[in-house]
Design a protein around this ligand. Sequence first.
Ligand SMILES: C[S@@+](CC[C@H](N)C(=O)[O-])C[C@H]1O[C@@H](n2cnc3c(N)ncnc32)[C@H](O)[C@@H]1O
Length: 207
Amino acid sequence: MIVNPEIERYLDSLLPARDAVLQEMEEQAGKRDIPIIGPAVGRVLAQLVMISKAKRIFELGSAIGYSTIWLARAAGPGAEVHYSDSSPENAREARSYFERAGVAHLVQVHLGDALASLAATTGEFDFIFNDVNKEGYPTVLEAVPARLKPGGLFVTDNTLWHERVLNPRHESDHAVIGFDRKLYESTQFFSTIVPIRDGISISVKLS
Ligand SMILES: C[S@@+](CC[C@H](N)C(=O)[O-])C[C@H]1O[C@@H](n2cnc3c(N)ncnc32)[C@H](O)[C@@H]1O
């Protein structure tokens, strides 16, 4: 818990019920330990997509597609949302959820390394969401600027990494700290980390 647990519980108590598909995904994630963003962060992603009117979106690390559904629903008709994950089982499950959630026509599924999938696409994106393995964050930060349009948003989950940024011991802890520092120092982005759930960084590409 990054914030006071009572505040976290209070914020969770305000969350409106999700539809049957998202609820089932949340239950599955809980039972099977799938690290999804959850509804509080899902709403932040959706808000950022709505505010920025993003239509062309790439997600790095999508698992069973929970965050993809939040992105696709917020982007709405005409959107092009790219799902990427290295697990064929995850991709199969995600496809079935996309059908049931009514967003399959908006989503393109990429199987394999997320950055290789990004490299295999062409053109600039309005919004890139990063949720891959934490050791991969520094490489993601190198690859993303060239693929975002000016004014585009780059959002990353787990940037406070279960408080491990305060007492780093593992490679993933150091990777997240290095990522956070470079993000704030970057002249290509204007960034803020919002301490909601496990911390999300929100970066605007400046030029
Ligand atoms: C934290 S989960 C993603 C959760 C998802 N964003 C959500 O909130 O619903 C991370 C996922 O990224 C995948 N992954 C991690 N590193 C990856 C990489 N370099 N390339 C492709 N997939 C990766 C893992 O298989 C895992 O399913």
